[in-house]
Design a protein around this ligand. Structure first.
Ligand code: URA
Length: 432
C-alpha cells in the first residue's frame, strides 16, 4: 500500500477502506509517513469528508494506536467531559472539581490549544510548578486518593491523535467533522471512561459554525460512544461569544477560581453548572435538574474549590496562587481597546477574538512556539452590552507591547456595534 494512492483516492472523493485507514494511522504512529503526506491527507479529508464507516474506522484506529491506561485499579464510576474547543472555554477547571467533590472519579486527559482555541493543559501550566505529566501509577493513585487528576496526553496514549492534532493545528485542517469526531472519540474510547459528556461548541468561536453542523457532529460522536458501550450525552452550547470575560491562560485560571468561589461570570457559571449536572446525572446522582442543584451546592459550600486546590497541590502547583490569584505573574504591558462608536455590542467574531489572544502570545502559531501564560484579553463589554464611544471594550495583556496594534485591529474589526441584539440561548440542544 502507498500513502500517495490513499491521498489521491481521498482527494478524488473516494471512500477509504478499513485497511487503508489502518495503514495511515499505523504510519502516523510509527513515524513512517512523513508530515507532508499526513497533512495532505488531512486536507483531502477536510474537503471531501468521510462516511460514517470511515469515521468509525478512523476513531477505532486512533483509539488502538497506543497503550491503554489500565483503569481497573480505579475504584468507582469514572466520568469525563470533553469540549470541541472554544474561546475562553475554561469549563474543565470548574466542572471536574465540582463532580469530583461528590466522590465521582474524574481521570481527565486534556489537550493543548488548537487553532484559535485554548487548551486545558496550557491553562493548567500557567499555575507555577503544575505538572501535567504523571506516570500511570501516579495518575491512578491520585484519582483514587482525591478523585481527580488532570494531565496532558502521554506519549503512549492515542499517539496517532497527538501527531494529527499538532499537524492539524498548523495546517488549517482542524474544523473537519470526521477529524474532530475521530480525535475526540478516539481519545475518549482509549481512556475508557464509563460516562462521557460532550460539550459541542457552536458559533463563530468554534470549529462548527452552525447549530445544524454541531448537532450532526454531536450525534456522530454520541453514536460512536454508545456503540462502544458508553453512557453518552452531548450539549450544544453557544460559542458566538467568548465564555466569561477572560481569554488567555492565567487570566482564565483566575476566572475559573473566581467561579469556584461563587463569583464567576453568569454565562460561564451557567454552562459549567449544566455540564456538571449532566456529568453527575450520568454517574447516577439523579435527574439532570437534581444533579445541577448538587453542582451549585458544591460551589456554594466551597467543596469544589477545595477539590481544585487539592489537585493543584497534588500535581506540584503552587497552592498560594489559588488562595490569592493576585500572585499570578502579570504581563509586562497592558493596553485598553476603546469603543469607536456608541451602541450595543451586536455581535462579535469569537474566532477573531481567539486569534487576537494568540497574537498577544497566549497560543501557538507553529508547533514549536512557547506560550506567554500571562498574555490574553479581559473583555469589559460583551454581546448585548451598551457601550459609549471611547469606553473600554477590552484590555489586552502581553509581554510584547509590539503585538498590541494588530491584536487591537483584529478585535475592533471583529466587534459589531449597533442596535440591541436579540438574546441567544447558552445551551441550544441536548443530544442523547
Ligand atoms: N478537540 C480535540 O480533542 N480534537 C479536535 O479535533 C478538536 C477539539
Amino acid at each position: 500500500m502507498r500513502m500517495y494512492d490513499i491521498i489521491k483516492k481521498k482527494r478524488d472523493g473516494g471512500e477509504l477502506s478499513t485497511a487503508e485507514i489502518d495503514f495511515f494511522v499505523q504510519g502516523v504512529t510509527d513515524g513512517s509517513i512523513p508530515d507532508y503526506q499526513i497533512s495532505a491527507l488531512c486536507m483531502a479529508i477536510y474537503f471531501r469528508g468521510m462516511s460514517v464507516r470511515e469515521t468509525c474506522d478512523l476513531t477505532f484506529a486512533v483509539r488502538d494506536s497506543g497503550e491503554k491506561v489500565n483503569f481497573s485499579a480505579v475504584n468507582g464510576i469514572r466520568v469525563d467531559k470533553h469540549s470541541t474547543g472554544g474561546v475562553g472555554d475554561k469549563t474543565s477547571l470548574v466542572v471536574a472539581p465540582v463532580v469530583a467533590s461528590y466522590g465521582i472519579k474524574v481521570a481527565k486527559m486534556s489537550g493543548r490549544g488548537l487553532g484559535h482555541t485554548g487548551g486545558t493543559v496550557d491553562k493548567l501550566e500557567a499555575i507555577e510548578g503544575m505538572r501535567t505529566t504523571l506516570s500511570d501509577e501516579e495518575f491512578i493513585d491520585q484519582v483514587n486518593r482525591i478523585g481527580l487528576a488532570i494531565v496532558g496526553q502521554s506519549r503512549q496514549f492515542a499517539p496517532a491523535d497527538k501527531k494529527l492534532y499538532a499537524l492539524r493545528d498548523v495546517t488549517a485542517t482542524v474544523d473537519s467533522m470526521p477529524l474532530i469526531a475521530a480525535s475526540i472519540m478516539g481519545k475518549k474510547l482509549a481512556a475508557d471512561d464509563d460516562c462521557i459528556v460532550l460539550d459541542v461548541k457552536t458559533g463563530s468561536g468554534s470549529f462548527m459554525k452552525t447549530v445544524e453542523d454541531s448537532k450532526k457532529l454531536a450525534k456522530l460522536m454520541v453514536d460512536i460512544g454508545k456503540n462502544a458501550g458508553k453512557k453518552m450525552v452531548a450539549l450544544i452550547t453557544n460559542m458566538d461569544r467568548p465564555l466569561g470575560y477572560a481569554i488567555g491562560n492565567s487570566l482564565e485560571v483566575i476566572e475559573a477560581v473566581e467561579t469556584l468561589r461563587g463569583h464567576g461570570p453568569e454565562d460561564f457559571t451557567e454552562v459549567c453548572m449544566t455540564l456538571a449536572g449532566y456529568m453527575l446525572s450520568l454517574a447516577g446522582m439523579g435527574t439532570p435538574e437534581e444533579a445541577e442543584r448538587l453542582a451549585r451546592r458544591a460551589i456554594q459550600d466551597g467543596s469544589a474549590l477545595k477539590k481544585f486546590a487539592e489537585v493543584v497541590a497534588a500535581q506540584g502547583g503552587n497552592p498560594a496562587l489559588i488562595e490569592n490569584t493576585d500572585l499570578f505573574k502579570k504581563a509586562a504591558h497592558a493596553h485598553a481597546v476603546l469603543s469607536p462608536a456608541e451602541g450595543y455590542i451586536r455581535a462579535v467574531n469569537t474566532e477573531a477574538y481567539g486569534l487576537a489572544s494568540l497574537a498577544l502570545g497566549a497560543g501557538r502559531n507553529t508547533a514549536e512556539d512557547a506560550i506567554d501564560y500571562s498574555a490574553g484579553i479581559i473583555l469589559k463589554k460583551k454581546t448585548g452590552d451598551f457601550v459609549k464611544k471611547g469606553e473600554e471594550i477590552a484590555v489586552l495583556y502581553s509581554d510584547r507591547a509590539e503585538t498590541f496594534s494588530s491584536a487591537e485591529e483584529t478585535l475592533l474589526a471583529a466587534t459589531e456595534i449597533g442596535a440591541r441584539p436579540e438574546a441567544e440561548p447558552l445551551v441550544y440542544a441536548i443530544v442523547e
